[in-house]
Structure formats: C-alpha cells, structure tokens
Design a protein around this ligand. Structure first.
Ligand code: AHM
Ligand code: MG
Length: 337
C-alpha cells in the first residue's frame, strides 16, 4: 500500500497556487513539526507527577512546564525559526507577537493560534487540540501589526487543527477542500488518511454544554427539546456528545455529522469562543467540507473583527442541522441574532 506523507502532499498541492514560492508550504511544515513535539509531550503528560510537578524541577534538572505554556512556546519557536510569518496572535498572549528578524522581514503571512484548546481536559487524559488560522499580511513590510489580524474569516489563506487524541491528526484547508493526516508514530510522519473530507448534510449528534441550560436563550432551549423528541423520520432523539474540547467535538461531528453549539448565555452575552483563532478557522474547515458556521443568525466568516480576543457565539456543523438551529433562534430569540 502506498502512503502519502503530509510533506509530499503539500508539495503536490503547491501547483494549486501558481504564484506561490513555497512559503505557505514551509509554514504548514513548521506547524507539523511543532505539532509532533507537542504530541510527544501530551502523550507523556501523566508522567509529570512522577518526573516532577509543574513549577518544580524534573529529574533531568529541567523546569516542568504546564502543557499549554509548553505548546505555546513550541509553536512560537517554530514560527520564529521558520521565518514565514511576521506576527503571531495566540490565545496565550494578550498582545500580538511581532517578528522582525532577517529571515522574516519579507514574510507574507501572519498566523493566529490557539496552541492547546480544551484546557479543562489537559490534565485528565482526554483529547485536546491546536487550532490555527493563516492570513496574508495587510501591512507592507517589517514586523506585523495588529491590523494584519483585523481581517474577516473569508480572508483566511489556510486554517487547520491538530487533535491529540487516540491518534494524532492534522486536518487543514487552503480553500480547496479539507484533508486529514494521521501521525504514524513508527515513522514520525503525518500520512494522508482522510482525503477530501465531506461532512454529512445531517447527523444525529448535538454537542453543547447543557449545564448552562438555565442561561441559554429560548431559541436554544426549544432547539434542545426538539433534539430530544422522538421522531423516527428524522432519526430523533439525537445523541448528546460533549467532551469539552472543541477540536475533539467538532472533529467527531465533521466525520459523522452533527452540530456543535456554544451560544450566548446570560453570563457570557458574547458567547465564550474566540473569533480569530477558534471560530474562524473551524468555520473555514466546516464550510470547505460542505458544512456551515454561524452565530445563530450570521455567517461566522463574514463577521467584522475589531479586537484580538473577540468572542462570538458559534453554531457549527452539518448544514441542515445548523439551518434548523438557526430557525429556532429566529423564531424564539430574534433579539439575540
Ligand atoms: P479553552 O480555549 O479555554 O480551552 O476554551 C475553549 C473550549 C472549547 O474547546 C470547548 O468546546 C469549550 O471551551 C468548553 O467550554 P465549557 O467548559 O464552558 O463547556
Ligand atoms: Mg481555546
């Protein structure tokens, strides 16, 4: 059986971009290397207690870092060394990190990243992920600036996620479909395992933190009751599946069909998730796979962005399921959309 590695695939696809000089390919390669390093640490996370607790010195004499801090440092180091981006925005950093080195001064791109998403699952051996979003810079040269990130999701050049789960997968799009690669640990390579992913038009899974039920808008409360009703024709009741790691919940729903919702709540009137490095990249992937991404009323990728860590409600998944959930919002919570 022939195996296609991520590296081979990227080189083949470079011809999709006739004026490309290989920078985007190199940036994707940098991401995959950092992902392998993070995966190595994630897979031995449980050993931290044996080797030395966070903040203490381990038996090799190194300080043990929290995994999210470690992941942030690895990705930033990879981007600085690669020289393909002139600025980084990370969930872990209040401000952008501008890069102005000799190798980055002609860089065309900026990258926004959530280095380790699913923070509540990091210490309990449950799948976590990395999400990234790449834009062409709008500033002319030198170090990147905040304005480079103030672009709509529709301006993304590429986006993807890595899931550190029962296996490690990298899924990405450059706007020409979605492809998934699984890390083969025996050869240390991401191998094409899910070519041209298409998400089913509908599924029977809904993913939402129902613990917040009392704080949900009426449209969501009614939609959840609809999901739970018996109806043979539409295969209801749907199954409820919520891990609390967005990447894992959304990856499962991408493959099997389903809907993920993080709505506004009375406690978080703008929702919880961040537009730049969580919602936009996931929206780009879902749309490229034939799904939909909305705020419950508006398309995520068309939202204007004015703040780096801006939040938005998110309805993401199989197109027909997102449509139905939006109908409930229009009918019962039109003031919120
Ligand atoms: P994080 O970036 O702090 O990890 O937050 C994002 C995560 C998503 O991955 C997940 O779907 C959601 O927040 C879970 O939030 P909650 O615990 O409120 O349900
Ligand atoms: Mg996050």
């Amino acid at each position: 059986m022939s195996v296609k590695t991520l590296g081979q695939f990227i080189i083949e696809k470079q011809t999709d971009f006739p004026f490309s000089k290989g920078e985007l390919s190199r940036l994707l390669a940098d991401i995959s290397i950092a992902a392998k390093i993070v995966n190595r640490e994630v897979s031995k996370a449980g050993l931290v207690d044996i080797l030395g607790e966070t903040g203490k010195v381990n038996i090799q004499g190194e300080r043990v870092k929290k995994l999210d801090v470690f992941a942030n440092e690895q990705f930033i180091a990879a981007f600085k060394a690669g020289g393909e981006v002139c600025a980084i925005a990370s969930e872990e950093n209040d401000d952008i990190i501008s890069i102005n080195t000799d190798i980055s001064k002609n860089a065309k791109y900026v990258i926004a990243i959530d280095p380790l998403d699913g923070s509540s699952n990091i210490d309990v051996n449950v799948s976590i992920g990395t999400i990234f979003s790449i834009y062409r810079r709008v500033s002319l040269k030198g170090a990147g600036v905040l304005e480079d990130f103030m672009q709509r999701g529709t301006d993304q050049v590429a986006a993807g996620y890595i899931i550190y789960g029962s296996s490690c997968m990298l899924v990405y799009t450059t706007g020409k479909g979605v492809n998934g690669f699984t890390l083969d640990p025996s050869i240390g390579e991401f191998c094409l395992s899910h070519p041209n992913i298409q998400t089913p038009k509908k599924g029977n899974v809904y993913s939402i933190n129902e613990g917040n039920y009392l704080h949900f808008p009426d449209g969501i409360k009614k939609y959840l009751k609809f999901c739970q009703e018996e109806d043979e024709l539409s295969n209801r009741p749907y199954s409820s599946r919520y891990i609390g790691s967005g990447v894992a919940d959304i990856h499962r729903n991408l493959i099997t069909g389903g809907i993920y919702i993080y709505p506004t709540t009375t406690k978080s009137p703008n929702g919880k998730l961040r537009l730049l490095y969580e919602c936009n990249p996931l929206a780009f992937i879902l749309e490229q796979a034939g799904g939909k991404a909305s705020t419950g009323g508006k398309r995520i990728m068309e939202l204007p962005i004015t703040e780096l860590h801006q939040r938005t409600p998110l309805f993401l998944g199989s197109s027909e399921m997102v449509d139905v959930a939006q109908d409930f919002m229009t009918k019962y919570s039109s003031d919120l959309i």
